[in-house]
Design a protein around this ligand. Structure first.
Ligand code: 2RA
Length: 352
């Protein structure tokens, strides 16, 4: 019979996309159980065309569950993922709690699906949305050209900060709309928007904010460290040189990254195009003569990682510059989690 799936954190921004995906992807699940904080228990959400009542997170909620997807804050995962695993569920966790644990694989099905099978803690981690928004493209190129270093800048959407990020951006846009002078003088955006900045450290409407996450050593942010550490782990390159600068932009959904990737081999642009065209999970959209390149507005709501603006670096024939976009709630979170869970479901359901 088909395995029972639990979705923990079903009511959040990622949870909402997850229910949409579970309703539209090939259905490999038996029961789908929706779990959230006690605050959300009793709500009814639609999945696979049916209303399902959300139940509160508890040990008993995992009775009979074979696969559990978690999209909850780090501290909630840290406490509850091991409980679900101890009850026999394979946990696919989208928090930062386990990503760098050597006994927890960090999986991107297009790159390292085999890693999902070795999970001594019964937990598989899903990468951060910023790493995920570029890594499928970088991984496909690494297979052929051998990656040596990455220099990236992110252009991250407000929804990366959850439903609160989305609401904050819409509220701020409403405040600045209509006045054609706002943004022409230092400090005026801040004045109009006021002190309530939601999850961001500066106004996001009519602005860009070079900050995501919290402060780590020597001025780097947690988000920038995640891009570095997770890229190394997923690609199996513990010494990969990575410099990331993470920036929040006034986009609702879809993270973009400018990527400067340097390889051991010389980069051949025709070959790059062929690889990006033929590899799973990628959409090559790069016709400079026709001004065709990905933008978040085109990419939101789609599954693949879109790649454009391909150029061999003018001063380094081993380096490629490109612009990459991925829906941070889909491939960046819910879709990759669903793909990992489907790998596990295939393991649990012997093909007849
Ligand atoms: C963000 N990657 O965009 C982080 C967390 N999802 O804020």
């Amino acid at each position: 019979s088909k395995p029972t799936l639990a979705v923990v954190g079903a009511t959040g921004a990622v949870g909402t996309v997850m229910l949409e995906l579970l309703s539209t992807r090939q259905d490999v699940w038996g029961e789908i159980r929706l779990i959230a904080s006690p605050r959300s228990a009793g709500r009814k959400l639609k999945v696979r065309g049916e209303e399902v009542e959300v139940i509160a997170l508890s040990e008993r909620a995992f009775d009979g569950v074979q696969v559990a997807m978690f999209d909850v804050p780090d501290e909630v995962s840290a406490e509850w993922a091991p409980i679900a695993a101890a009850k026999g569920a394979v946990v696919v966790d989208n928090s930062g709690a386990f990503r760098m644990d050597p006994d927890v694989p960090l999986v991107v099905p297009e790159i390292n699906p085999e890693a999902a099978r070795h999970r001594p803690k019964g937990i598989i981690a899903n990468p951060n949305c910023t790493t995920l928004s570029m890594i499928v493209a970088v991984g496909a190129l690494h297979r052929v050209f051998e990656l040596e270093s990455l220099v990236v800048a992110s252009y991250q959407a407000a929804s990366g900060a959850g439903q609160a990020g989305i609401e904050t951006l819409y509220d701020q846009i409403a405040k600045v709309a209509g006045n054609r002078e706002i943004g022409t003088r230092a400090g005026d955006v801040r004045q109009v928007i006021g002190d309530d900045l939601g999850p961001f450290p500066a106004p996001l409407a009519l602005n860009v904010v070079p900050w995501a996450g919290s402060l780590r050593e020597n001025g780097w942010t947690s988000e920038e460290m995640k891009v570095r550490n997770e890229s190394r782990k997923i690609l199996g390159l513990p010494n990969l040189a990575v410099s990331a600068t993470c920036v929040r932009v006034p986009v609702v959904t879809t993270h973009s990254l400018v990527v400067h990737a340097r390889f051991a081999r010389r980069v051949d642009l025709a070959q790059v195009r062929e690889i990006l065209r033929d590899s799973p999970g990628l959409l090559l959209y790069d016709e400079p003569e026709r001004l065709e390149f990905p933008t978040p507005a085109d990419v939101v709501g789609t599954d693949p990682t879109w790649v454009g603006r391909l150029r061999v670096a003018l001063d380094d024939p081993h380096a490629l510059d490109m612009f990459v976009c991925g829906d941070n709630l889909r491939k960046g979170a819910a879709l990759n989690t669903a793909q990992i869970a489907e790998l596990v479901a295939a393991e649990l359901t012997p093909q007849g």
